[in-house]
Design a protein around this ligand. Structure first.
Ligand SMILES: Nc1ncnc2c1ncn2[C@@H]1O[C@H](COP(=O)(O)OP(=O)(O)OP(=O)(O)O)[C@@H](O)[C@H]1O
Ligand SMILES: [Mg+2]
Length: 225
């Protein structure tokens, strides 16, 4: 379970202070399927970075499964990021000159999984996202939707309980967006907690709960049925 309590985040650049998140509190329980929506600049990516322990809040507290992240040491946070959380970014963040297979194997290499096991799991994951015939393609030999599916396979490499996706369909045509959301829905059905950041209503409508941010504040948090 994730719990944010009175989280604020300000960025200071010279004399300019930007309040990206302003006193945000909410909980996300295991197995939820949540969308975070809001206009450009409303703080969505900032929130994702905090949820993923990639960044720390200026004030407030964030706990993961009951432990305050402030009390965690750097190596403990790194382990959580590697094993418990799968990240999917809008810009894919794949290694450009590396095959789909090797991109998916990478997080497992960091975790010390044997090469045979890494390769086998990466293959299975790429097959699961429909890329069994593209294992050796590098990212520039793949379409946008295929790249995003490689990124999803990579995010699943360590079988994380939590998947955080920032605008996962932002660069994709509608048919490919639907495929990506089908994959997230399937993962949520299997018990993964999925948090998707989007500015598209149709994408948010596929989730079960929608949190809306405006100017760094939550203006609504509703269950979608
Ligand atoms: N590293 C930074 N330094 C200074 N200001 C920042 C930084 N990162 C974000 N901001 C500012 O914080 C606010 C929130 O940014 P954020 O990236 O979280 O918005 P967003 O909701 O993800 O927007 P978008 O939909 O355009 O991706 C914006 O005003 C942005 O300019
Ligand atoms: Mg953003």
């Amino acid at each position: 379970m994730l719990e944010l309590t009175n989280i604020s985040k300000t960025y200071v650049n010279g004399s300019i202070v930007t309040t990206a998140l302003d006193n945000v509190s909410f909980k996300i329980h295991q197995g939820e399927f949540v969308s975070i929506v809001g206009p450009s600049g409303s703080g969505k990516s900032t929130l994702m970075h905090i949820l993923g322990a990639l960044d720390i809040p200026t004030s407030g507290s964030y706990s993961i499964n009951g432990t305050n992240t402030e009390k965690m040491k750097d190596d403990q946070l790194a382990e959580i990021r590697n094993k418990e959380i799968g990240f999917i970014f809008q810009a894919y963040n794949l290694l450009p000159r590396t095959s789909a297979l090797k991109n998916v194997m990478l997080p497992m290499a960091y975790a010390g999984v044997s090469k045979t096991k890494r390769e086998q799991r990466a293959k299975e994951l790429l097959e699961a996202v429909g890329l069994g015939d593209k294992l050796t393609n590098t990212p520039n030999q793949l379409s946008g939707g295929q790249k995003q599916r490689v990124a999803i396979a990579r995010a699943l490499a360590m079988n994380p309980t939590l998947l955080l996706a920032d605008e996962p369909t932002g660069n994709l045509p509608t048919n490919q967006s639907v495929e990506i959301m089908d994959i997230f829905q399937q993962l949520n059905n299997e018990g993964h907690t999925v948090v998707v950041i989007t500015h598209e209503e149709a994408i948010a409508a596929r989730t079960k709960r929608m949190i809306t941010l405006v100017d760094g504040k939550i203006i609504s948090d509703e269950d979608l049925i």
